[in-house]
Unconditional design. Structure first.
Length: 94
């Protein structure tokens, strides 16, 4: 999949009982990636403080930067999970 565009959708839902008793809602992001052939990749980003150091806003801001018009994300050819992991690691370590 050679990414040509993408967007992010926020979601909020009641806290899932499987994650333990808590008040409030579970929030996350649904990420959509598209290629020139019309294929779509969909994923989820849902930080879970205190188990992750990133907040939902941190993740949203990082994805927004990736989806800017001149983003280095567009044009990348993701052939497998290892390629995606390597690309993300290179971008987050920079």
């Amino acid at each position: 999949m050679k990414v040509t565009s993408g967007h992010v959708v926020r979601y909020s839902r009641p806290w899932p009982p499987a994650l333990g008793p808590r008040e409030g809602v579970r929030q996350g992001l649904i990420v959509h990636l598209y290629d020139a052939q019309g294929r779509t990749g969909i994923g989820e980003c849902a930080p879970l403080p205190p188990f992750t150091k990133e907040t939902l806003q941190d993740v949203f801001d990082a994805l927004e930067r990736l989806f800017e018009v001149d983003s280095s994300l567009f044009g990348v050819h993701f052939v497998d999970l290892e390629a995606i992991t390597a690309w993300v690691n290179a971008k987050t370590e920079a």
